[in-house]
Design a protein around this ligand. Structure first.
Ligand code: PHE
Length: 351
């Protein structure tokens, strides 16, 4: 083997040993670079006698071509290997089942609230929204529930360890009734101006659905639950109107004309007279059973005064309904806690 064959073989081994493009370029420089071994051989030709130059030159050229060919082949091999590795790393298994975007849906209680808003909306009720962390004054005092009065313990209230600027404790509202006060107070000045301008007596017709909280937990009570407050007061809104609004509401909600209402005398500090509302179906699976669905009554004059309105002029009723209960009845669910366990096997049935 002459020196050139040896050089070509050496280059072949060095190129093969280069595992990455950068190492290959280093190896190339050792043979073909400015002071590479082959380049040095070409430079050395100057010293050769004329007749030798030709044969030696041709041999060196051949060796150079062989080395360049080996380099090109190795470059290609490295590029192929890199592409191969990349394809492998980014491989998609098209036979996998695929990630699905599950179809979401409204929570059954949200469905009920929307349904209630729709039905009451069609009867001219506005929808109002308010804070779940309330002051003691809004939750109780303004609703004719004096401090230290035993009626306050009708609800097992969650108190919050925080007072407002006037030193009133906050609580997680135990009912949506404070929304009567908030809504009326927010609009009282406007009504006064309308009346002063000689306009017809205005009225308030509003519902306030939302979350409420009590220290209570069993199959039919959850510490977080929902209520839907209703308030309709004006010049002469009577118990008769209350009865027709609620009858209409429940018949439409349950899509049943075979539904009757019963008003059972009761007590709430903020209404007088007060009643519990029961419904019964005259047909269907729940036939003949009285089911309690809310409380109601004529708004107490003290409460009307706390609205900032004239209790001689404004008369009407309020009610509070239990959307969780209505959802249970509508769908035949017997444990309220299922609504709040977050078990998708249960919840997805309502999608
Ligand atoms: N706030 C009462 C309760 O939570 C229900 C109610 C509302 C009663 C409005 C009368 C009028 O029990």
């Amino acid at each position: 083997m002459n020196d050139l064959d040896e050089l070509v073989a050496q280059a072949g081994r060095d190129f093969a040993a280069a595992a990455a493009p950068a190492a290959l370029e280093d190896a190339k420089a050792r043979f073909l670079g400015k002071s590479g071994q082959l380049t040095e051989l070409l430079k050395g030709m100057a010293a050769l006698p004329h007749e030798e130059k030709k044969t030696r030159g041709a041999e060196i050229n051949q060796a150079k071509q062989a080395i360049e060919a080996a380099l090109a082949a190795r470059r290609q091999a490295l590029a192929d290997a890199e592409l191969e590795a990349q394809l492998k790393a980014e491989a998609l298994d098209v036979t996998l089942p695929g990630r699905q975007r599950g179809a979401g849906g409204l929570h059954p209680v949200s469905r009920t609230l929307e349904r209630m808003e729709g039905i009451f909306g069609s009867m001219g009720f506005e929808v109002a929204d308010g804070p779940e962390i309330e002051t003691d004054w809004m939750s109780f005092t303004a609703l004719n529930n004096p401090e230290n009065h035993p009626a306050r313990s009708m609800q097992d209230t969650f108190y919050v360890d925080m007072k407002d600027a006037e030193g009133r404790w906050y609580n997680l509202r135990p009912h949506t009734s404070p929304m009567q006060v908030r809504y009326a107070r927010a609009h009282a000045a406007k009504y006064a101006a309308e009346l002063a301008a000689g306009q017809a007596m205005p009225e308030i017709r509003v519902i306030a659905p939302g979350r409420t909280y009590r220290v209570d937990s069993d199959a039919t009570h959850s510490p977080m639950f929902h209520q839907c407050e209703g308030l309709w007061i004006g010049a002469n809104v009577s118990f008769k109107d209350l009865k027709s609004v609620l009858t209409d509401f429940f018949r439409r909600f349950f899509e049943s004309d075979d539904l009757v209402l019963r008003f059972r005398p009761s007590f709430f500090p903020f209404t007088e007279p007060s009643a519990e509302v029961d419904i019964a179906f005259e047909s269907g699976p729940l036939k003949g059973k009285w089911l309690e669905v809310g409380g109601c009554g004529q708004v107490h004059p003290n409460v009307v005064r706390n609205f900032g309105l004239d209790a001689e002029q404004w008369i009407g009723f309020a009610f509070g309904l239990g959307p969780d209960r209505l959802t249970m009845l509508r769908y035949g669910v017997n444990d309220l806690r299922q609504f709040y366990d977050g078990d998708l096997r249960f919840l997805s049935q309502f999608r």
